[in-house]
Design a protein around this ligand. Sequence first.
Ligand SMILES: *Cc1c(COP(=O)(O)O)cnc(C)c1O
Length: 432
Amino acid sequence: MINNQIQQLLADDSLIKKLVKYEPVLWLNQQYDSTIRGPLSSVHVEDAIRRLERFAPYIAKAFPETSKQKGIIESPLLTLFNMKEKHVNVKGDLLLKADNELPISGSIKARGGIYEVLKHAEHLALSEGILNLTDDYSKLFNQQAFFSQYSIAVGSTGNLGLSIGIMGAKLGFRVYVHMSSEAKKWKKELLKQKGVQVIEHTSDFSAAVAEGRRQAESDPTMYFIDDEHSEHLFLGYAVAAFRLKKQLEEKQISISQEYPLFVYLPCGVGGGPGGITFGLKQVFGEHVHCFFAEPTHAPAMLLGLRTGLHEKISVQDIGIELKTEADGLAVGRPSQLVGHMLEKAISGVYTVSDRELYEMMHFLKNEEGIFLEPSALAGFLGPKKILQSMYSEQVGITNMSKVTHLVWGTGGSMVPDEIQQQYLHLAKKAGE
Ligand SMILES: *Cc1c(COP(=O)(O)O)cnc(C)c1O
């Protein structure tokens, strides 16, 4: 809980007043300047890229759906013509980074979550002498007995649990996933089928994370993946930026002062969008502008940045109820790591209502035939908000028609058909 003095300050802040009333807002970062605090740099991202390359032969063998991409877990970059014309109304290109199509777990968490499991597995295998750095890692395919001596725990709103559960169980780890109350039933069921221990909590994400952390403290063979602090998760996400550069080049899009890139990222605890922003700043520097999107009922990162209190304040502290269909974004307290590192580098944060998410779900399905889960649609509300704001003046962009807009579509392909139909039914009502 925060003290009365802060409560008083917040009561005088017009933006916070809107947050408390669940009105959609846009906050532009007045300190914005592309600098990143802390010790991480592109050297660390390159290390992560090489680790994922070492594991690629294993991934290709363990998950045959990745064999076409030779075991590299990557998503397509799509150009959306109809969506742009009819519903987003930007002049430059509208792109979708389709992380909903990421193999293995169908969401952005297949980047960070899977990466951290592999990093831990490699560490164990190297230190116990069953693996050398120069080996073909597909030999780990038959090492379930070795990995079953160890366990992994994680707290999740759903998709992180899916990624870590599926990858961890495949290697042979015993995996414990602490699910917050927002987690969807089908995500829990799927994990149980894979042999993962699912611990259901009636509390929110932060509490589920705390439970996982506590469980791991008492067991030296248990490794805890910490979504609020982990640099490994963060670096796993950052890899996306280096691969995106190549995909943009393949589309003949080059990013520069004159032709900037605006990226719209759905944000929960902040690790995913934060890691990607970090990577994008390494690759494109001041020519990329990253905006985070949160539900009106879970503006954790916005509140942390606006107040400068980061993880020391939660949305519940100001009376906001975590109540959103965007389960992947249902987080009340932001990541400590991301808030501090990127407090200058994030261009802005905006909030969206569930109704707006459902509208976008309907439009995207109708215009492009693409289904995304509610959380993953938050990016589509960004371009309009930014174009109507003072942002371009603030950063000195004179010709907005040369901006490429990239919406990060963070998940959806794992949603079972039946549940998709239910979502689309609600979406149709919202969109008509
Ligand atoms: C987890 C998640 C996000 C946001 O990632 P964070 O690291 O929690 O900020 C966005 N979209 C989907 C679908 C997710 O599962």
